[in-house]
Design a protein. Structure first.
Length: 132
């Protein structure tokens, strides 16, 4: 996991703190943001490999944040977190370029696997035919 940088964007502070702590124990470098706007500000100055993005947030919803990430940071992979009610939104996020989506509550091992898969895809795109 060394070298993989993650940004967690979720308005549930306790979830972010707990998940960040658990991911750091697994060797990831983790940044935290409690809103979509804060997450986008952090991306401006601190590049990451993967964003773990909550779909349902009050200031900017996950789809708005995803759109901004893909416009300004196209190589960043995005994993969307969704509750049952937001499933259609998460699926539309996939159509906009999200790597995948996960249901909350998410198991750490599942999240770690998706993060690793997203990073593998990102590295393949970067090393590929020069089109990425």
């Amino acid at each position: 996991m060394a070298g993989i940088r993650i940004l967690l964007i979720d308005d549930e502070a306790q979830f972010v703190a707990t998940m960040a702590k658990r991911l750091r124990k697994r060797g990831f470098s983790v940044l935290e943001a409690d809103s979509g706007r804060e997450g986008l500000r952090q991306l401006e100055g601190d590049p990451v490999d993967v964003v773990v993005l909550d779909v349902g947030m009050p200031d900017m919803d996950g789809i708005q944040v995803l759109r901004e990430i893909k416009m300004h940071f196209p190589r960043v992979q995005v994993l969307m977190l969704t509750g049952h009610a937001d499933m259609e939104v998460a699926i539309s996020g996939m159509a906009m370029g999200a790597f995948d989506y996960l249901m909350k509550p998410v198991e750490l091992n599942v999240l770690v696997g998706k993060i690793q898969a997203a990073c593998s895809r990102n590295r393949k795109v970067g090393e590929g035919s020069g089109l990425g």
